[in-house]
Design a protein around this ligand. Structure first.
Ligand code: DON
Length: 584
């Protein structure tokens, strides 16, 4: 996104403030002039936001400059991303927000989508019992009750310091005035254009009469979304669940055979949970408990690697990749066997993270030979989604937020609820799709993650906050479906076990193993073409891939008070920092 677009944003803010006395609508906060810098790797003694898009990062930084805390800025960034990064930023999806305030209060907000009341474990089976893979990806059947608005509202009620409308209105303005289409937006829309074309409400917004996305450089306005955001700003979050926006969503569902009803929206609640605390490499990693698998899986991967002295193994050496893949393989086997929505299944979190379990997993790794995944359980595999987004926030007082949210796949179910401008998720596709059937072709049928009314599908989203002593030192997360866990896991090994420079840790090729398919994925680089052969000699199947994840990171130095705010550049991410007010 261009610098001129950022300038436009500041001017537009001033205009909203200037006209506030005549407009009946809620008004945006006054923006402190100056003090905001935008880039991809910046240091500050103030606050900052790292995310996939620098316009949205700037929205968050402006909230910080206006006196907001990290939760305020996270909410404003999250609403802005729903406009600037519609592939994954959302109102119609869900996610997880991890918070640690400046006074040390910790919270994990679970705003994962839930299954509507009419959903059963046979959700993706037709009348003849046949599995309909396309129902899990596209169209109204895969839509879970969206949690994002309720999650942001819950975090705001607990920790917000600026008015709700102040956090929604910057996004409203971006939707109303338009954003400049960049290559990422154009290309991501192009990839799903054929599917969006099947839904008239989506096609009317994202495609022209010929079915093509808006070209790079044009201004892209989202009028219906602006109206929805205006109503949310004015009427509060209940508008989404019980107001006119809810009515429009329900009508759209009814028209297209969706299962979500007014009652489902009405009863949806975001949940505040206790973050898991994982003691690894002399730090405490705060991570999401179920229904995200992240905390348990990261606890196992990092705990096993610590027991195998990964701190003494050179990053991205043959031994390192082998040990990492073996630790991940084992954690993903336990994930499939035990993890699901804790409101529906007993998840033995303490046992899975106990020393005895980690010791035995670590001891079961052969130092120079791959363990076939089948030795750890039956074959199974899950397709990876292609779009989610993470942002990290720090405020000037040292409060931090790690937020990952998603529509599941890129542009979710590829449907918009007519009249709302809101893209809807296909998150129900994260449930195990055919009960009892597990195979090599991509089906998993284990019990803990079967669909049921009101149940949350198991997630891999992994927002993390790392403490040293009692002080936050790292805020991180990433998209990437199940690969998320390994993107974040690898980053934490580099930062915590090896003390790597944050920029180098972000840039190094990433490694993923998910138990099944029984294969290591490694990001391709000019110098690692020989990985398949080298790791093949240890019994591994290796696939070199273009990209794994898109992590956005903040590293805090407790000695100097400096914060380094870094965007992953794999998707041209951006950061914005709000330097401390002069004299503070
Ligand atoms: O919750 C999950 O784990 C998935 N629905 C996330 C999807 C995802 O990361 C796709 N993005 N790259």
């Amino acid at each position: 996104m261009s610098a001129s677009r950022c300038a436009t944003l500041v001017v537009a803010t001033a205009l909203v403030v200037a006209t506030a006395c005549v407009a009946p609508e809620p008004v945006a906060a006054p923006i402190v002039p100056g003090g905001i810098r935008v880039g991809q790797d910046l240091t500050t003694f103030g606050g900052g936001v790292a995310c996939v898009d620098r316009v949205a990062a700037r929205v968050g930084a402006e909230i910080l400059a206006a006196g907001g805390n990290a939760v305020d800025a996270a909410i404003a960034t999250g609403f802005a991303l729903a406009v600037t990064h519609p592939a994954a930023g959302n109102l119609g999806g869900g996610g997880f927000m991890l918070v640690r305030t400046a006074d040390g209060t910790e919270a994990a907000f679970d705003y994962r989508e839930v299954a509507p009341a009419a959903v059963g474990a046979d959700l993706f089976l037709d009348d003849a019992g046949g599995y309909r893979a396309e129902w899990a990806r596209t169209g109204h059947r895969a839509v879970g009750v969206p949690g994002t608005v309720a999650g942001f509202a819950r975090a705001h009620a607990r920790f917000g310091s600026l008015p709700w409308a102040t956090l929604v209105l910057p996004a409203e303005r971006l939707a109303r005035e338009g954003i400049l289409v960049d290559e990422d937006l154009n290309e991501s829309l192009d990839e799903v254009a054929a599917q969006l074309a099947r839904n008239p409400a989506a096609a009317a917004i994202f495609l022209d009469g010929e079915g093509r996305p808006p070209p790079v450089g044009v201004r892209f306005v989202q009028r219906d979304l602006a109206r929805t955001l205006r109503r949310l700003a004015k009427n509060g979050p209940a508008e989404f669940y019980r107001g006119e926006v809810a009515d429009l969503i329900v009508a759209d569902m009814a028209e297209h055979g969706g299962l979500l009803t007014a009652e489902d929206l009405d009863v949806y609640r975001a949940v505040e949970r206790l973050p898991l605390r994982l003691p690894v490499f002399g730090h405490q990693v705060l991570a999401m408990p179920p229904p995200s698998s992240a905390g348990v899986a990261l606890g196992q991967i990092l705990g096993v690697l610590e027991r195998r002295s990964i701190d003494e193994v050179e990053s991205m050496s043959l031994e390192f990749v082998h040990l990492y893949a073996e630790a991940a393989r084992r954690a993903f086997a336990d994930r499939a066997a035990f993890l699901g929505d804790p409101d529906f299944v007993d998840v033995p979190v303490a046992d899975l993270l106990a020393d005895a379990r980690l010791d035995s997993l670590a001891a079961s790794i052969d130092g120079w030979r791959a363990t076939p995944s089948e030795d750890l359980g039956p074959p199974l595999a899950l397709p990876e989604g292609t779009d989610t987004t993470h942002f990290s926030v720090v405020d000037r007082w040292g409060g931090v937020v790690a937020n990952t949210y998603t529509l599941e796949q890129s542009y979710g179910a590829k449907v918009v609820a007519a009249g709302t401008g809101v893209l809807l998720n296909n998150e129900l596709g994260d449930f195990n799709r055919v009960p009892g059937r597990t195979d090599r072709e991509g089906l998993i049928g284990t019990a803990p993650n079967l669909a049921a009314p009101g149940k949350r599908p198991l997630s891999s989203m992994s927002p993390v906050i790392v403490l040293r002593g009692d002080v936050p030192v790292v805020v991180a997360g990433s998209p990437g479906g199940r690969t998320i866990i390994n993107t974040v896991g690898g980053l934490l090994v580099d930062l915590l076990a090896h003390g790597a420079d944050p920029g180098e840790a972000l840039a190094r090729p990433r490694v993923h193993h998910g138990w099944f398919p029984d294969r290591i994925q490694i990001e391709a680089r000019p110098d690692n073409a020989s990985w398949p052969e080298l790791l093949g000699a240890l019994g591994h199947d290796v696939k070199l891939v273009k990209r794994l994840g898109d992590a956005h990171l903040i590293v805090l130095d407790p000695r100097t008070g400096e914060r380094r705010v870094l965007a992953d550049t794999r998707l041209d991410g951006g950061v914005a920092v709000a330097d401390p007010p002069a004299g503070s």
